[in-house]
Ligand binder design. Sequence first.
Ligand code: 5GP
Length: 133
Amino acid sequence: MLEKARVAEVIPMLDTDATLFTRIINREIPADILYEDDLCIVINDIAPQAPVHMLVIPKQVIPRLADASCEDQPILGHLMWVAAEVARDAGVDEAFRLVVNNGEGAGQTVFHLHVHVLAGKTGSPMFSEADIG
Ligand code: 5GP
């Protein structure tokens, strides 16, 4: 088997350190892509916690919200605006909820910032503040 550095050398397009979401953005891993622009992508969550469960993901890798800098404010605002746009497209703009899990203790599993857009029911674990700790 080729070493990781050698793989990247042999296949320049393959970034073996890329996050899962970067690999989805680069079409290396399939996903339901609902929206895309220069700054972000929106996909359906593979394990939905509500009837509507989308992920708004910046193309720029920020591991956690707590890692965002002052200069990142435009992209953070853009993610919020896109969240409302895709909620409207999904027909749930009257009632949806945004969740950002920051850190393992809050349930973050993919360390590439993303905003969960949830709609359609309450009572799933994603809606429970009791899980955050
Ligand atoms: P976190 O737990 O980091 O806040 O959220 C990560 C989310 O990514 C989870 O809701 C999980 O279901 C979703 N996820 C993990 N792997 C994949 C994947 O390969 N494709 C898609 N579409 N979603 C994924």
